[in-house]
Design a protein around this ligand. Structure first.
Ligand SMILES: [Zn+2]
Length: 74
């Protein structure tokens, strides 16, 4: 029989060997590796999306600037 701990992320119990004890504002809590990995992946995806959006915005701003410069020169 394996030890289980309450996973605050899933709201259920998992075997401790599938979990990590992590430090939170409220003290030490158990959280399963699966949910940690899922959150990490989600954050990386959001960051990648953010970088993409920034690049698009920059390109758009540059093309606007280029158009304004052309208009002034004409
Ligand atoms: Zn969990």
């Amino acid at each position: 029989m394996s030890d289980t701990a309450y996973c605050y992320h899933c709201g259920t119990h998992h075997p401790k060997e599938e979990m990590r004890q992590i430090e939170t504002k409220g003290g030490k809590r158990w959280r399963c590796i699966k949910s940690i990995a899922a959150t990490k992946q989600g954050r990386e995806e959001r960051e990648a999306f953010g970088r993409q959006t920034t690049a698009i915005n920059k390109a758009e701003a540059q093309s606007k600037k280029a158009r304004i410069t052309l208009a002034v020169e004409r």
